[in-house]
Write a protein that binds this ligand. Structure first.
Ligand code: ZN
Ligand code: ZN
Length: 401
């Protein structure tokens, strides 16, 4: 165990259920009211043992970080449950019963009764779709986002924004690069928000990024949805395990974030930005992060672009790509089915393989298949993590290096 791991352990134990301030004041109170030294010593000992046991129980409750990647058919919704049971939901998929039902089911599976932190990357319908309906079913303690939507965006709905303003009053944090979310046992640092990027180095960051070489900016001037580029993104660290979620941050934003200096270092798991569309996922980002595992939040016809697959397959150190959905765009280039959580029926797969659909980015009305399967990651502090496909039970453990 190195010293930074030891420091994290100590911090974690002191946070596991009993704030230090409350412990000492309880002991002080007993001490003032009882002058008999033996009785006082016994009570203090009992208190200490109780606090110790409670702390151990809290730790035993999980001792791991769990991540549930929910299939929202080309949107995003990802649930994190920290080692002390605290929850973070990133985005809420599309509007309608389908994604709402899948999110609520995942919360139930994870034993989450309150969302402690709800992080919205940006305001597109595939990321905020179920938010208002979800808030009517599940208590949400705190909200995080990038602030006002991009003024030129033609997709963001004004009706949603006014309802969101009302819902989040007094509970909302507009994050800036470098801001952290206070979640017990994990470190969550904002690295991108509202087209601003972190300019200090995270642990392991600070070196010249050789993967920027030869990567050019794209012409993004014709995009009708520039709120993608405003996406609030973070790096989440649990001991030696790290993961990154940048929402739908586009190519040029990735270059601003990662070039010429890689402030972030490397990650264990990379959630493909923007569902694996070719508008994101530049080598400057993906190759420099050197993820061991990538998870693609694609739909049947959204994301899963040939270019995105190519960049991933050229990533040094990438061991596996897991997909939330079998992609019609990718055909035979999809990951092996073991690594794909949701697969169409045989007839659909056969017809896609024999007559591939024209390339396009539309999600299309995906059938509300039930159940919808997860890609689930369970991570330990030493950096070892296991990925499970809940469709077929296939799992693979990536041991700490
Ligand atoms: Zn999206
Ligand atoms: Zn978007």
């Amino acid at each position: 165990m190195n010293s930074s791991t030891a420091a994290r352990n100590i911090k974690f134990q002191s946070n596991s259920g009993f704030p230090a301030g409350r412990q000492s004041s309880a002991i002080k109170l007993v001490g003032d009211s009882l002058k008999e030294p033996l009785v006082r010593a016994v009570i203090v000992t009992v208190l200490c043992v109780t606090v110790g046991i409670a702390g151990l129980l809290a730790q035993a409750r999980t001792g791991t970080l769990s991540i549930y990647y929910i299939d929202t058919e080309g949107g995003q919704s990802t649930l994190f449950v920290g080692p002390a049971g605290e929850s973070l939901l990133v985005d809420t998929g599309n509007a309608g019963e389908r994604d709402l039902g899948r999110i609520v089911e995942t919360l139930n599976t994870a034993g989450v009764r309150q969302i402690d932190h709800l992080w919205t990357t940006h305001y597109h319908g595939d990321h905020i779709g179920a938010l208002l309906a979800l808030a009517r079913q599940v208590p949400i303690a705190r909200f995080y986002d990038h602030g006002k939507p991009h003024p030129n965006d033609r997709i963001v709905a004004a009706a949603f924004l006014s309802a969101y303003d009302e819902l989040t009053q007094g509970k909302r944090t507009i994050v800036k690069p470098g801001d952290t979310v206070r979640m017990t046992g994990v470190d969550i640092t904002t690295v991108a928000s509202a087209n601003q990027y972190i300019r200090t180095n995270l642990p392991g960051g600070g070196s010249q990024n050789a993967s920027c070489e030869g990567v050019r900016q794209k012409d993004e001037s014709a995009y009708i949805d520039p709120d993608n580029g405003e996406s609030a993104g973070f790096v989440l660290t649990y001991g030696q395990f790290r993961t990154i979620d940048l929402g739908d941050l586009t190519w040029n934003g990735e270059l601003d974030l990662m070039c010429p200096t890689n402030r972030i270092g490397t990650v264990s798991v990379y959630l493909t930005s923007h569902h694996g569309l070719e508008r994101s996922g530049s080598p400057a980002l993906v190759h420099a992060l050197r993820p061991r595992v990538a998870v693609m939040n694609n739909g049947t016809r959204k994301g899963g672009a040939a270019d995105a697959f190519r960049v991933l397959h050229e990533t040094p150190g990438l061991e596996d790509l897991w997909q939330l959905h079998w992609s019609h765009n990718a055909g035979l280039d999809n990951a092996p089915a073991m690594f794909v959580a949701n697969v169409d029926d045989n007839a659909t797969v056969a017809s896609v393989l024999t007559t591939p659909p024209p390339a396009g980015r539309g999600g299309g009305p995906a059938p509300p298949h039930s159940p919808a399967h997860l890609v689930k990651v369970t991570a330990r502090q030493d950096g070892t993590f296991t990925v499970v496909n809940t469709r077929n039970g296939f799992s693979k453990t990536y041991r700490a290096k």
